[in-house]
Write a protein that binds this ligand. Structure first.
Ligand code: PAZ
Length: 350
């Protein structure tokens, strides 16, 4: 008999429309996964960025989330460097692997460039400061080394077809695409890794209560007498909980894969208990906990064996900041490799 959970998940997919991109994304994912399966390459499905919750069908307004996709885009680069193929399921226009170094930053990308041969403004445009016959655009000398290194990694990922970029916007499009990808990745068995760093909304407006057109302030009923400003008019948003899909993912969509979820909290006293609760509830492999205020400096790995904090080192003068993902990703890969070893030797425990 179906549980209440299963019923609500089934109901969700029956009553919400799939994204129009689903057939195209299914075809792209299918050939990507086949390619890497035949090359016996491990594949990670990495989710990144925040989902939106539309308030109207023809959406003008929506509820959003703070996530810029830094964790996901940065982690993707480290997975690629360790030989994984990456399906990057990301919020449209959030940070992307490689281009993240030059987009959304405090610099405009044009600040990285100068005119070849232009002396004075940068003093570094041309070769040995010579004047170019025809003006050209070059990367400023101080950025060249780093950009060359990023460019080479980007080219390799592109030429070898190691990175599949699939965008989503709403929580519903995220869930439909996640389900499709998980089912497609079943052929990879335990070589598949799920690294769920996206910040997914816990609440949504069901289609039955969704306004078709832009909500008009004039149509909002008055709630006089409660002392609020605005002539008693309030937009009250009534949200339903999004069914807990992690359970479905672990038990049905990707039963053999290794599944790593992230848990974000703001109250330090709740972080560990929430991570343990998630692990108990969904029985997956690893929860990575982080706090909003310190997420770039420390995370905690919580699994059945216990917990382990991962922290970036204290910087001394002149030292470059370490990206915490350069520590998280190798640690996750070690756990994935250990799991593969255990399963090869017949141990069926998570
Ligand atoms: O995108 P970002 O780097 O700013 O933030 C990453 C993060 C905090 C969203 C991620 O590490 C995370 O915790 N994701 C799961 C959030 C949650 O649903 O609890």
């Amino acid at each position: 008999m179906a549980t209440t959970h299963e019923l609500s998940e089934t109901h969700y997919f029956e009553t919400n429309p799939p994204p129009s991109t689903l057939p195209e994304h299914t075809a792209l994912a299918n050939s990507f996964i086949k390619l890497h399966h035949s090359a016996s390459r491990p594949v990670v499905l990495l989710t990144s960025g925040g989902t939106t919750v539309p308030l109207e069908n023809q959406t003008v307004r929506f509820i959003d989330n703070f996530s810029a996709g830094t964790r996901g885009a940065t982690s993707a680069e480290y997975f690629l460097s360790q030989g994984y193929a990456v399906v990057f399921l990301h919020r449209q226009f959030s940070l992307l692997p490689f281009s993240r170094h030059y987009s959304h930053s405090t610099n405009c990308f044009l600040d990285f460039l100068s005119e070849w041969g232009r002396i004075g403004e940068d003093d570094e445009g041309g070769k040995d400061g010579e004047q170019a016959a025809t003006p050209d655009v070059v990367v400023k000398a101080r950025y060249r080394q780093q950009m060359l290194s990023v460019l080479r990694k980007y080219r390799k990922a592109k030429e070898q077809n190691l990175l599949l970029l699939l965008p989503f916007t709403t929580v519903t499009s995220y869930l439909f695409t996640l389900k499709m990808l998980a089912c497609q990745m079943q052929c990879l068995g335990n070589e598949a890794l799920f690294y769920l760093a996206a910040a997914v909304s816990d609440f949504f407006v069901p289609p039955s209560r969704m306004a078709e057109h832009k909500i008009q302030s004039g149509d909002i009923p008055s709630t006089d007498g409660d002392g609020s400003t605005g002539g008693g008019k309030k937009l009250v948003v009534d949200l339903d909980p999004v069914p807990k899909f992690l359970k479905r993912l672990v038990e049905q969509w990707a039963p053999r894969a290794m599944i790593v979820s992230f848990k974000l909290e703001t109250d330090p006293s709740m972080l560990l208990s929430k991570c343990r609760q998630s692990l108990d509830r969904y029985s997956h492999h690893l929860v990575i906990g982080n706090l909003l205020s310190t997420r770039k400096r420390e995370v905690v790995f919580v699994d059945r064996k216990g917990l382990e904090w991962i922290r970036t080192p204290e910087l001394r003068d002149g030292e470059e900041e370490v990206e915490i993902e350069s520590l998280i990703v190798p640690a996750v890969i070690r756990k994935h490799q250990e799991l593969l070893q255990r399963q090869r030797s017949g141990d069926t425990n998570r």
